[in-house]
Design a protein around this ligand. Structure first.
Ligand SMILES: [Fe+2]
Ligand SMILES: [Fe+2]
Length: 163
């Protein structure tokens, strides 16, 4: 049986994932304003993925017959000084989400909730990927410096690889 505490924490995580989707959409719009289409597309895709993450948590709660409670989403930051600042916001967000996922795993272990722990394994691996991708992008932004078009070209290469 899934505990009330676990249901509550997963519902909070659904809001965190939607919050991350919102944050990435704001970053995508920021890059669109700068006329950097590959970075815009990259963050739109990240935003879609975060919405999928929220969907996975929602499906899990429904699968275990637990009630889904949707929370209010925090208004995201909307402007940054530089692309590097926006990307740093994204990296910080991934590090925060990693901690949230680890806290969920800690609770599942504490409660001997093997089903939820198994479900969370996908998210543990996903966070390794997302932190790695965002760290690489942050480092690339540092290397590119003021050459935003070069950073955009670098990400365009990534976007095509992913297709
Ligand atoms: Fe996520
Ligand atoms: Fe993420």
């Amino acid at each position: 049986m899934i505990s009330e505490a676990m249901i509550k924490q997963i519902n909070a995580q659904i809001a965190n994932e939607f919050g991350a989707a919102h944050k990435y959409l704001a970053i995508a719009c920021f890059f669109d304003d700068l006329a950097l289409p590959a970075l815009t597309a990259f963050f739109e895709k990240q935003s879609d993925e975060e919405r999928e993450h929220a969907g996975k948590f929602i499906k899990y709660l429904r699968d275990v017959n637990a009630r889904v409670t949707l929370h209010q989403i925090t208004k995201p930051e909307a402007s940054w000084q530089t692309p590097l600042d926006a990307i740093q916001t994204a990296l910080d967000s991934e590090l925060t989400v990693t901690k949230q996922i680890n806290d969920l795993v800690d609770l599942a272990i504490k409660e001997n909730d093997h089903a939820t722990r198994g479900f969370l394994n996908w998210f543990v691996s996903e966070q390794v990927e997302e932190v790695s991708t965002m760290t690489t992008l942050r480092d690339a932004a540092k290397l590119a410096g003021q050459d935003y078009l070069r950073l955009n070209a670098y990400v365009r290469h990534w976007n095509t690889e992913a297709e």
